[in-house]
Design a protein around this ligand. Structure first.
Ligand SMILES: Nc1ncnc2c1ncn2[C@@H]1O[C@H](COP(=O)(O)OP(=O)(O)O)[C@@H](O)[C@H]1O
Ligand SMILES: [Mg+2]
Length: 273
């Protein structure tokens, strides 16, 4: 049986799709068979960030409406083995997704995959509720700002009341905090919330802190999940988060502003004694 993970936030534009792409790729890199599903019907972003937009023939709505078989709609990643993408449709209305349809897809994928990642749309409306309904675990993507933390707090309440696990009074959805777009320089200037403040408000375990990094946009534009860029701080932070998710202990990095180089370092390029 696969574990179903929803990547959710409440707020839009915080980095859910970026994180879904990176996390799914990272899990597959670690040998876990992973399928990532785009639930953002209407926007269709995941296939772009994964660089497979030209290979989309059928989508999740076609599968739910019986116009295509699931394996006709699944796109196998060409870079990482064991990674598939189920794209969303761009044109149809959001009501095209049904609980029964999503359940059938998840049950079929469960036979073959270790992890099913659900990239949620923003908000707490139907699409977002469907994305989280079948979840065993939730990655709550939050930015270090008040409005994002407030929306994440709201989504934590929804996970605890509206998920299938909640309805069936089973063990609750396991929650993980992924703090993204963290800019230690702006945190130091008190323009953004510090990690400790966010942790205190949301009070769920920390999976990782992803630094604000211009490599993210470059990677998205190139259709390469940023985790494939091993030089990028954001890519490294995602790799750490995946490792922690799989039970490894890794210290958190990128929490402090980069140290300014001293006079001798600037002069000689290396580390001053
Ligand atoms: N760590 C990061 N550093 C810089 N930009 C980021 C980072 N994470 C996400 N972004 C940018 O933020 C925007 C929204 O990201 P996206 O993943 O589409 O969010 P969502 O799916 O939550 O709407 C995109 O332009 C993306 O490139
Ligand atoms: Mg998105």
């Amino acid at each position: 049986m696969a574990q179903v993970i929803v990547v959710t936030s409440g707020k839009g534009g915080v980095g859910k799709t970026t994180s879904s792409a990176a996390f799914a790729t990272g899990l597959a890199q670690r040998g876990k068979k992973t399928c990532v599903i785009d639930f953002d019907v209407g926007l269709r972003n995941l296939d772009l960030i994964m660089g497979v937009e030209r290979r989309v023939v059928f989508d999740i709505v076609n599968v739910i409406q019986g116009e295509a078989k699931l394996n006709q709609a699944l796109i196998k990643d060409k870079r990482v083995e064991g990674l598939s993408i189920l794209p969303a449709s761009q044109t149809r209305d959001k009501d095209a997704l049904t609980k029964e349809g999503v359940q059938a897809i998840i049950e079929e994928l469960s036979k073959e995959y270790d992890y099913i990642l659900c990239d949620s749309p923003a908000g707490i409306e139907k699409g977002a509720l469907l994305a989280l309904y079948f979840a065993d675990q939730a990655i709550v993507v939050t930015n270090p700002e008040v409005s994002s933390v407030r929306d994440s707090d709201r989504i934590l309440g929804v996970l605890q009341s509206k998920s299938k696990r909640a309805e069936e009074k089973k063990e609750p959805v396991k929650q993980h905090l992924l703090l993204t777009r963290y800019d230690p320089v702006r945190v130091a200037r008190e323009e953004m919330l510090k990690l400790e403040d966010v942790l205190e408000i949301l009070a769920i375990p920390l999976l990782g802190v992803i630094p604000e990094s211009e490599t993210v946009l470059k990677a998205s534009n190139a259709g390469n999940p940023v985790i494939l860029d091993a030089e990028s701080p954001a890519g490294q932070a995602y790799a750490d988060a995946v490792a922690r998710f799989l039970g490894e202990e890794r210290p958190h990095r990128f929490l402090e502003p980069p140290k300014k180089k001293g006079f001798f370092e600037k002069l000689f390029g290396g580390k001053a004694a």
